[in-house]
Write a protein that binds this ligand. Sequence first.
Ligand SMILES: [Zn+2]
Length: 392
Amino acid sequence: MLFNDIIGHRSLASGLQRSIAEGRLPHALLFLGPGGNGALPLARALATYVNCAQPGPDDACGLCPSCQKAAKSIHPDIHFSYPIVTIGSGAKSQQKHKSTDYIAEWRRFMADQPYGIYEDWMNLLDAESEDGTGNKQGNLPKEEILDIQRKLNLKTFEGAFKVLIMWLPEYLGNEGNRLLKLIEEPPDKTLFILVAEDADRVLPTILSRTQIVRVPRFSDETIAQALASRNGLGATEAAHVAAFAEGSYRRALESLEGGGAAVEASFLQWVDLVVRWQVLSLNAWLEEFQKMGREKQKHFFGYGLQWVRTCYLNALGVASGQESGAELLAPEGWERLAGDLEKSAYYLTRNAHARLVMMNLSLRFSRAIQERHLNRKQADFHNTFDAKGAGG
Ligand SMILES: [Zn+2]
C-alpha cells in the first residue's frame, strides 16, 4: 500500500512525510477516525514509506524489495496486531492465541478489503473457521502483547524501522498497560502506529503517550471520484452512491456489491408509482420487491429512511435539497412516513409477508400525499375567498 493507492488524505500524507524529512516523526502515533476512512491503509503506506530503499518526496518507490514485501504484508520488519478470536482448547496446532496465528486470513483481508472494518474482519474469520466463530468477540490477548514485545526486541531484518501497526487497540481490554509499557520504553528504531476508531475505549494513558493524528471521513467528492475512476461508475451514479456513504469508502463499495444502486433506483421508482397511483405497475413492482431477498430489502429501507429524512429537512427548509419530493408531504407527514418505514423494516425481519407489508406502506404513503393535497387546496380556496372578501 502506497500513499498514492489511497483514495484521499493527500494533505495528511504530506504532513507525515514532512515530519519524517525534518526528523521529528514521533515514535508512537495514533490514527483516530471512523471505520472505512482509510486510516489503516494510511498506516500501511507510512510503514512502507519509512522502510523504502529509495523513497521519493511524495511516496515510496513501490519497486524496491522492501516495498514489494510491504505490498504483500510479508515484510519482516512490519508487524501487524489485530483483534482475534482466541481458541484455547483442542490440539496444540489448533490453538490460537496471537494475531499471527491468523496471518493468512489477515493477508487476504489486507489484499481484498483494505478499507474493511471490524465486522468485515470478524465475518472473514467466521467464514474461514471450520465450525464458525459464531458471535465470539475479537480481542487482543496477553499472548499477543508478549509476542509483539518479543518481535520488537529483535534487530531489524532489512528495513530502517521496526513498525508495529496495531489495528483497533479498543480490543486490548486489560492488556492496555502492557502495551503502554512497551510504548514508554520502546526498543531501538521502533515506530508504533495505532489505528483506533473510538478514543473513549482506549486507555487514557495510551492516548497521552501517543501523537494523535485525526483521520477524517472522506469527502463525498473523494468517494465519488474513486467510484468513477476505480469502480467504473458514471459521474451521476457515483455522486449518488457517495452521497449516502457517510464518508466511508467501504460503505460505498458495500452498497455497490449489494446491488445498491439498483435497490436505490427501485425505491425511487416505488415513490413515483405511489405518487401517480399506478395500480397495475405498482402490483408488478410489489412482485419484484417480494423476490428481492432480505439483504437487499434491508438496504431498500436503509436508503428509504435516508431519502425520507432528507425530504423532511427540505420540507422544514433547513436543508437545500438534492431530493425533489420534499413538497409531497408536510414535515409531520415525513416524520410519520419515517416511522412507517422503520416499522415495515422491522416486520420484515420478523418474517412478515413482504408484499403485504409494502402494500400497506404504499397505501399509507398515498393517503398522506392526498391529505396534503386536499389541505393545500382548502388553504388555497380560503386564501382566494379571503382575498375576494377583503376586496369586495
Ligand atoms: Zn521502495
